[in-house]
Design a protein around this ligand. Structure first.
Ligand SMILES: C[S@@+](CC[C@H](N)C(=O)[O-])C[C@H]1O[C@@H](n2cnc3c(N)ncnc32)[C@H](O)[C@@H]1O
Length: 244
């Protein structure tokens, strides 16, 4: 699915989020808070849009994704960034490699997100940071109703006009609705072995940015524990994949 949407992925994102993605991304970069000389893993990096601010600041960022289509578009656009093909649930990196790990709008797409959380813990240095940006649940009921209407009605209609694969945006809307809310995701982080877990709502909770830290000592949680094959994974298996 991501191979199919790769060429117009960033433009479509800007249209569908009404320009909000740029602000959300700035908050993520501030939360990651790395400095020159440090190494960051940007997981599920897609075309590398989420990796660019680090590269621009001279930080050693590794953009990792399993979609070769997304990686190709990214590498063509930003040859200076290290794009690495890898599955979030079996990362091709040694233990304690990164000062920080981050994932923007990608965890929801991973079939077994709890395994990805455990893998990010493994490859992050003790004391290192995790920052997750993901669509979440608006907290004010009226705003939630309006947003749900946008997601389920307006967004698929706009996607038909601006995207080559509108079905992917029907999946986007349904996967956002099926995704756990802010507190539930925070609990997953704790279960995976992350500590000092906090989150901040953006745009009234349309997006949540979760932050956590890898303990300075202690064993990582078992990556096989609690593999998630819940509603989002099922949705993904059911979606039609044009061109395949
Ligand atoms: C919505 S895009 C986000 C891209 C980028 N982080 C951004 O903010 O624009 C989600 C990405 O997750 C990737 N993805 C999904 N499951 C994955 C997995 N198991 N391992 C690595 N990447 C995965 C997809 O290939 C896709 O590029």
């Amino acid at each position: 699915m991501f191979d199919d949407v790769a060429p117009k992925y960033d433009v479509v994102n800007d249209v569908l989020s009404m320009g909000q993605t740029r602000r959300w991304r700035r908050v993520v970069v501030d939360a990651v808070g790395v400095t020159t000389g440090q190494r960051v893993l940007d997981l599920a990096a897609g075309t590398g849009t989420s990796s660019e601010p680090y590269a621009d600041a001279g930080i050693n960022v590794i953009a990792c994704d399993f979609s070769l289509g997304m990686l190709k578009v990214g590498k063509r656009r930003r040859p200076d960034i290290d794009f690495i093909a890898g599955d979030a649930t079996r990362l091709p990196f040694a233990d304690d490699t990164f000062d920080a790990s981050t994932i923007s709008f990608g965890l929801r797409n991973v079939n077994e997100p709890k395994k990805a959380l455990a893998e990010m813990l493994r490859v992050t240095k003790p004391g290192g940071r995790l920052v997750i940006a993901e669509f979440s649940q608006p907290v004010v009921p009226l705003w939630r109703t309006m947003y749900t209407e946008y997601l389920m009605r307006a967004l698929p209609a706009i996607a038909v006009k601006v995207s080559s694969n509108p079905d992917a945006y029907v999946y986007l809307a349904e996967s956002i609705r099926a995704w756990p809310d802010q507190d539930h995701l925070a609990a997953w982080l704790q279960e995976a072995g992350w500590e000092s877990v906090t989150y901040r709502n953006l745009s009234g909770g349309i997006v949540a940015v979760h932050r956590a830290q890898k303990p300075l000592s202690g064993a990582a949680a078992d990556p096989a524990a609690g593999a998630h094959t819940g509603p989002v994974a099922k949705l993904r298996r059911n979606i039609a994949r044009p061109g395949r």
